[in-house]
Design a protein around this ligand. Structure first.
Ligand SMILES: NC(=O)c1ccc[n+]([C@@H]2O[C@H](COP(=O)([O-])OP(=O)(O)OC[C@H]3O[C@@H](n4cnc5c(N)ncnc54)[C@H](O)[C@@H]3O)[C@@H](O)[C@H]2O)c1
Length: 356
C-alpha cells in the first residue's frame, strides 16, 4: 500500500473530528506537519497520533519541504484561498474543506491555478462520497426515477448557529451563513445526483433574525461554541434561507435554518420523479418509492465514513492524475450557484441566464 506524506493546516473541529480519524483508519498517511496558528492544537494531534511527526504554526515550513506532496487545508473559510494558493504555488496537491472559499471569483482563481500547474485541488463536499448519495446518483443514471422534475430540500435545525460572533457568522470571513455552510452540502449533492444541471433562473431570500442581539441569543448548545464572541464579534450572515432554482432538468426549492423557533431538526432531500421518488434522510439511508408497484423500500447498506473515502480518493488521484468527483472543476458550478443565490437575495429579485 502506497504511503502518502502530507501536511495538515488547521487542527480544529473538522480536522480532529473527521480527517485525523480518517488518516488513522487508512493507515498509509504520514502527517509530517500538523500546523495551527494555535500551537497547542497542533501539539495535541501530534500527542494523540503516532503518524503525526511535527507540530508547527507556520505552514510555509511544510510548503518548503519536498517530502510533502499534498496539503490538507482545514482552516476557516477565509483562509482557504490564501493557504491553498500558497500550497499550489509551492507545487503541492491540495485537499481543501468546503466551501471552496468565500465567493465564486476567488474559487475560479483557485481552479485556474491548480489546472495551470497540473496539480490536484479537491474540495471537501464529502456527501459525494456518502454511500446513499452514490446509490441515488446511480439509480438516477439507471432511470429508476424516470424524469426527476423537482427536488425539495430542508436543512433546518433548532439552535445551531456555529460560534456566534466568530468566523462562521462574520461574512467577510465565511462568505455567508446557513446557505454557504450547510446549503453547500445539500445543493452540491443535488446537482451531483442529477448528473449536473444547467442553471436557468433562481431566486433567494436570506434572513438574520435569531441572534440580532447576540448576548440575548438562547441556545442549548452552540456548535463551535469555543470560537464564539458575542461581546466583540460580528453576526452579519443568514441564519435562515429560502429559495427556488430552475434548471434544464429539475426545479429545486429549499429552506435552510441554522436556528429557528421550532424545536425540530428537518434534514432531508426529496427527489420527485415521474417513475419513482426518494427521500434521503441526510447523512443516513433513504426511502425509495416505486411509482409502478407503489412499494416503498428503505435502503439498507453499510455507510462507510465519507471523509475517509474522500481523503483516499483525493490521495490516489494525486498518483493517477485523474480528476475525481470532488475535483474543484466539478464543484465550481455549485459555488457559482451559492454566489448567485446570495446576489439574488441582496438584489431582492430573480436572476436569469447570464446574470447567474
Ligand atoms: N465537510 C464538513 O462536513 C465540514 C464540517 C465542519 C466544518 N467544515 C469546514 O472546515 C473548515 C474548518 O472548520 P472547523 O469547524 O474545523 O473550524 P475550527 O475553527 O474549529 O478550526 C480551524 C482551525 O484553523 C486554524 N487556522 C486558521 N488559520 C490558520 C492558518 N493560517 N494557519 C494554520 N492554522 C490556521 C485555527 O486556529 C483553527 O484551529 C471550515 O471551512 C468549515 O466550513 C466542513
Amino acid at each position: 500500500m502506497k504511503a502518502y506524506t502530507v501536511a495538515v493546516v488547521g487542527c480544529g473541529r473538522i480536522a480532529c473530528g473527521a480527517h485525523f480519524p480518517a488518516f488513522e483508519k487508512l493507515g498509509n498517511v504520514r502527517v509530517k506537519y500538523a500546523c495551527d496558528l494555535i500551537l497547542e492544537k497542533a501539539e495535541a494531534v501530534k500527542a494523540k497520533y503516532d503518524f503525526v511527526e511535527n507540530a508547527i504554526t507556520d505552514y510555509n515550513v511544510a510548503l518548503a519541504d519536498p517530502e510533502v506532496t499534498a496539503v490538507f487545508v482545514l482552516t476557516p473559510n477565509y483562509a482557504h484561498y490564501t493557504v491553498a494558493m500558497d500550497a499550489l504555488r509551492a507545487g503541492k496537491h491540495v485537499m481543501c474543506e468546503k466551501p471552496i472559499t468565500v465567493n465564486y471569483a476567488l474559487s475560479k482563481e483557485m481552479a485556474d491555478e491548480a489546472n495551470k500547474r497540473g496539480l490536484m485541488l479537491n474540495i471537501g463536499v464529502c456527501n459525494r462520497y456518502n454511500k446513499s448519495v452514490e446509490l441515488l446518483e446511480e439509480m438516477n443514471r439507471e432511470g429508476k426515477f424516470g424524469k426527476i422534475y423537482h427536488v425539495y430540500c430542508s436543512f433546518r435545525d433548532f439552535r445551531s448557529i456555529p460560534g456566534l460572533g466568530g468566523a462562521f457568522t462574520t461574512k467577510a470571513q465565511s462568505g455567508g451563513g446557513a446557505l454557504i455552510d450547510w446549503g453547500v452540502h445539500f445543493l452540491d449533492l443535488i446537482l451531483y445526483v442529477l448528473g449536473g444541471a444547467k442553471l436557468q433562473t433562481l431566486t433567494c431570500d436570506t434572513y438574520s433574525e435569531m441572534a440580532k442581539d447576540m448576548k440575548a441569543y438562547k441556545y442549548r448548545s452552540m456548535h463551535a461554541e469555543d470560537t464564539a464572541d458575542v461581546v466583540n464579534g460580528v453576526n452579519d450572515v443568514d441564519d435562515f434561507v429560502t429559495g427556488h432554482i430552475r434548471t434544464d432538468k429539475a426545479s429545486i426549492s429549499f429552506n435552510g435554518a441554522w436556528a429557528q423557533n421550532l424545536d425540530q431538526r428537518d434534514m432531508y432531500v426529496d427527489f420527485l420523479g415521474d417513475k419513482g421518488g426518494a427521500r434521503l434522510d441526510y447523512g443516513k439511508q433513504f426511502i425509495y418509492c416505486n411509482g409502478e408497484t407503489l412499494e416503498s423500500t428503505q435502503s439498507d447498506h453499510h455507510i462507510p465514513n465519507m471523509y475517509r473515502m474522500e481523503d483516499i480518493a483525493f490521495l490516489e488521484s494525486t498518483d493517477t492524475g485523474v480528476k475525481n468527483r470532488n475535483h474543484i472543476d466539478n464543484i465550481l458550478e455549485s459555488a457559482k450557484l451559492l454566489d448567485a443565490l446570495y446576489r439574488s437575495a441582496e438584489l431582492h429579485r430573480e436572476l436569469r441566464g447570464d446574470e447567474i
